[in-house]
Design a binder for this molecule. Structure first.
Ligand code: BG6
Ligand code: MG
Length: 211
């Protein structure tokens, strides 16, 4: 095998919680009278909650205090968590689940590298909290993607050299973070619109042939 470990981003790769991030930010932006659309939302992929808020606020005319910003971020997270509440193992497609199972059976290590502080909550809802060999998430993360920290931490947890890891990402900043961590990457979804990753993938099952 070409790699010893695969590190998956969560939102927009393993499950489609990216659509819930969009809906939650849209609701907050609408309440504040700020224009927000899916193109702006693509810039929030992979970046932390507070950095996402700063991007949303680029179109806000009012100057907000740090406390006001924290309160808006909390409001978004409450809406987001409410959208997550009915998630279940059925939210992982058959294609993703079959591919993950086949990779696991092949003996390659599998990790999660997500900027989200809700990553473990989501993984438990979709029944995958025990499935991965390491979970590196947004809790305690000093720098979010494109900084390599989240992936470097995951490689350390797996006890694997970064150059032996392959990252799967839907965020452009996530692909940049993988590169900064000296890891090869596979772009899916929004990130696959650009030629920055080592590979592009349209269908999850293609991963079996890449590793
Ligand atoms: C990433 C998402 O996975 O997590 C971003 O792509 C999001 O859009 C970030 O802002 C932080 O998520 P959370 O759940 O901690 O607010
Ligand atoms: Mg993502």
């Amino acid at each position: 095998m070409k790699y010893k470990a695969i590190i998956f981003d969560l939102d927009g790769v393993i499950c489609h919680t990216d659509k819930y991030h969009y809906l939650a930010w849209k609701q907050v932006a609408d309440r504040l009278g700020i224009y927000f659309d899916e193109e702006i939302n693509n810039r929030l992929r992979g970046v932390s909650r507070m950095e996402s808020l700063e991007i949303v606020l680029e179109r806000c005319e009012k100057i907000l205090s740090h406390e006001e910003k924290l309160s808006i971020a909390d409001e978004k997270n409450e809406i987001y968590k409410n959208l997550l509440k009915d998630m279940s193992p059925a939210d992982v497609s058959k294609e993703v689940m079959d591919t993950l199972t086949s990779l696991k059976n092949s003996g390659i290590l599998l990790g999660i590298g997500s900027s989200s502080k809700n990553a473990k909550l989501i993984l438990s809802k979709i029944g995958l909290q025990e499935f991965f060999d390491a979970i590196s998430d947004g809790i305690g993360l000093a720098h979010s993607k494109p900084n390599p920290e989240v992936f470097v931490k995951c490689a350390q947890m797996l006890n694997i050299d970064p150059t032996d890891c392959l990252v799967i990402e839907d965020a452009i900043v996530g692909v940049q973070a993988a590169k900064a961590a000296k890891m090869d990457s596979v772009a899916v979804g929004d990130a696959a619109k650009q030629d920055i990753a080592t590979y592009k993938m349209e269908c999850f099952t293609e991963l079996i042939a890449l590793v």
